[in-house]
Design a protein around this ligand. Sequence first.
Ligand SMILES: C[S@@+](CC[C@H](N)C(=O)[O-])C[C@H]1O[C@@H](n2cnc3c(N)ncnc32)[C@H](O)[C@@H]1O
Length: 258
Amino acid sequence: MKVLIHKEKRAIVDGREYIVGDAEQYFVLDTKRDVATKYGTIAKEDLAKPSGSVLKTKDTGKEFILIEADYIDTYKRLRKLPQTIPLKDIGLVIGETGINHESNIVDAGLGSGALAIALARITKHVTSYEIREDHLAVAQENINMLDIKNITVKNKSIYDGIDEKNVDLVTFDLPEPWKAAGHAATALRVGGWLVSYSPSIPQVQDFVTAVEKDERLLMVKTVEIIERLWEIEGRKVRPKSTGIGHSGFLTFVRKVKA
Ligand SMILES: C[S@@+](CC[C@H](N)C(=O)[O-])C[C@H]1O[C@@H](n2cnc3c(N)ncnc32)[C@H](O)[C@@H]1O
């Protein structure tokens, strides 16, 4: 797989090259066919050139940079049936819990598989629960596309219990996470983490109430990560005028008692 980055979205300021905004990108799955872009057509023969080559559309002469698609290029193009958790939030889950290549994770709901895939990339194993077969099918497609081998998918409700034991991290992206807080406490090792992601504060309140009633769990914090984009073109430096969107709240909980 290859990525074509539209070169005109780059600007030269004081002799240096900058990407202006999000450089428009085309993801090329089939390198045996010409690629039609809104700026013109890239010939299939050019797609065989080395990563970093500058290609010109054969009809309009517009320039694109060709690179080999990386894991993250493919990840950003996963099929999203239910809404996925954004990278800014995934980053905090990884940073705060310290999970690594030896960690075992339980996740629910699987949804499109975005969180499960991101966690599986850096941990030993992820087991993810999902009740909807259509969501499960999309997630499985995404898992296969990225060739991820260490995810086990279970078509079960996490509200009915968690089969796994001695787990290092449990992640929830569920409509009613409070219904599974006790199950997470049973599944986790002492010192392990439970992180719940919810778009609305009433969900967070009910989840925290359930956590506080369980003496095995210690409420650590609820946070919202706000990502603000900036435009930097030479000395013209300012926040982007597009608004800051809301994604969700992350609640961090630790298992402190067997
Ligand atoms: C917002 S999506 C999760 C998105 C996922 N974190 C991702 O990044 O792609 C919520 C999912 O939870 C699933 N779900 C709802 N209740 C569930 C339950 N009791 N057990 C397991 N999955 C459940 C839904 O079907 C839905 O697919």
